[in-house]
Ligand binder design. Structure first.
Ligand code: ATP
Ligand code: MG
Length: 372
């Protein structure tokens, strides 16, 4: 089996392959994949698809729900999934089946059928047609439907999923449904019912633990000479959320905290200089600096952005390197004494937290330059 770019998740991948094996033996399976934002649901599905050998000829239909401010079109993710399937070279053979079993669907896919005349069709008719079309498709070929982000699903798509998880079907369909936790009553009831009928596999993705963050670093930075404790620090700062881990290391690369020297990735700042501040303290500190800066006549109110990962850790350039010594200003915010330095040009947008909570620097740029 080819190696994916994923850190960890081998067990989850194996369970997906298990589901696919049972489908190929003729038993329909639905996988409910849940995990908080950024835990890697989409990454896991992509890795799974890339591990399926192409010679199996499995047809893949993939669609996602969107977070829209207005009412969502019925069956939106399924229309996307079937549209993509029918445009795909491997899936064009299904168009006649849609013509026969799901004409109202085809009429809403102008990118597939040039003569299509989009018009509103009753959701109940579309539901019946979709069930018949999927039965016909998955009788002919092993079919994999991926529907993502069901926390934003329209009710009609949930009706389709409920129908697919009814017991007793023998078609070759693997349906993978991803959602964030707390997706809402209807979806949760469907998952619960499917679990009772044993027609689904439930997969829950958690944040990375320290070992998994270490595995992430090993894959992303090969070869590296990072101190072992870097993975623990990173896990602590991001609470192990894979998206935040990925974003934070990219930020560190940009700021030279992680750099390659002589073909090996290294940490350029000793870990002892990292001051890991819990997010809540960080937010309080930023609010205090903002309040103080508003009160100080010489300074505009800073637009301070917190990195999504929580604390921003950017070591300052050594003064010897830049030849510029920033001036330190002092102010108060309530009971708090604040010492701060302003570096760079442009709007304030970054907060440097260095070495201790007692000092915050507000910066308008990474490259220090003199300002009046
Ligand atoms: N197992 C992993 N190994 C390496 N990187 C990962 C892994 N899981 C997630 N990531 C990183 O985290 C990012 C976000 O993951 P992904 O988009 O899959 O999350 P998600 O659970 O689908 O989030 P959302 O609920 O917002 O859709 C990926 O682009 C990737 O950089
Ligand atoms: Mg996703």
């Amino acid at each position: 089996m080819p190696q994916t770019g994923l850190a960890g998740r081998r067990e989850a991948l194996d369970r997906l392959h298990d589901g696919l094996r049972r489908v190929r033996e003729g038993t329909r399976q639905t996988v409910f994949l849940s995990g908080a934002a950024g835990t890697g649901k989409t990454a896991l599905v992509s890795a799974f698809l890339s591990e399926i050998p192409s010679e199996t000829g499995i047809a893949v239909a993939r669609g996602e729900c969107l977070e829209l401010s207005q009412a969502v079109e019925p069956f939106l993710p399924l229309l996307e999934a079937f549209g993509r399937l029918c445009r795909d070279a491997n899936g064009r053979r299904f168009v006649p089946l849609f013509e026969r079993y799901a004409p109202t669907w085809l009429a809403q896919m102008p990118s597939v059928l040039q003569t299509a005349e989009p018009g509103a069709a009753a959701p109940s008719r579309m539901l019946r047609e979709s069930i018949e079309a999927v039965e016909a498709l998955s009788a002919e070929s092993c079919l994999l439907i991926v529907l993502e982000d069901l926390q934003w699903s329209d009710p009609a798509t949930l009706d389709f999923i409920a129908a697919m998880t009814r017991p007793g079907s023998l078609s070759q369909l693997l349906l993978i449904c991803s959602h964030r936790p707390g997706a809402g009553g209807r979806l949760e009831r469907i998952v619960q019912q499917a679990a009772e009928h044993r027609t689904c596999i439930e997969l829950k993705l958690d944040a990375f633990n320290c070992r998994e963050v270490a595995g992430y670093l090993d894959r992303r930075f090969a070869p590296h000479a990072f101190p072992v404790a870097l993975a623990d620090t990173l896990q602590h700062m991001t609470e192990g959320n894979p998206r935040q881990v990925a974003d934070l290391v990219e930020e560190w690369i940009q700021h030279g905290v992680l750099a390659m020297a002589e073909g090996v990735w290294r940490l350029t700042t000793p870990l002892a200089q990292f001051h890991v501040m819990p997010r809540i303290e960080m937010e309080t500190a930023v609010a205090e600096v903002r309040a103080a800066a508003i009160g100080a006549p010489a300074f505009r109110a800073p637009e301070i952005r917190l990195a999504p990962a929580g604390p921003v850790l950017i070591p300052p350039r050594p003064i010897e390197e830049t030849g510029w010594k920033p001036e330190t200003h002092y102010t108060r915010s309530g009971d708090v004494n604040i010492a701060y330095q302003v570096v760079g040009e442009g709007p304030f947008d970054l907060v440097f937290v260095m070495g201790g909570y007692h000092m915050l620097s507000i910066s308008g740029g990474i490259r220090p330059s003199r300002r009046s």
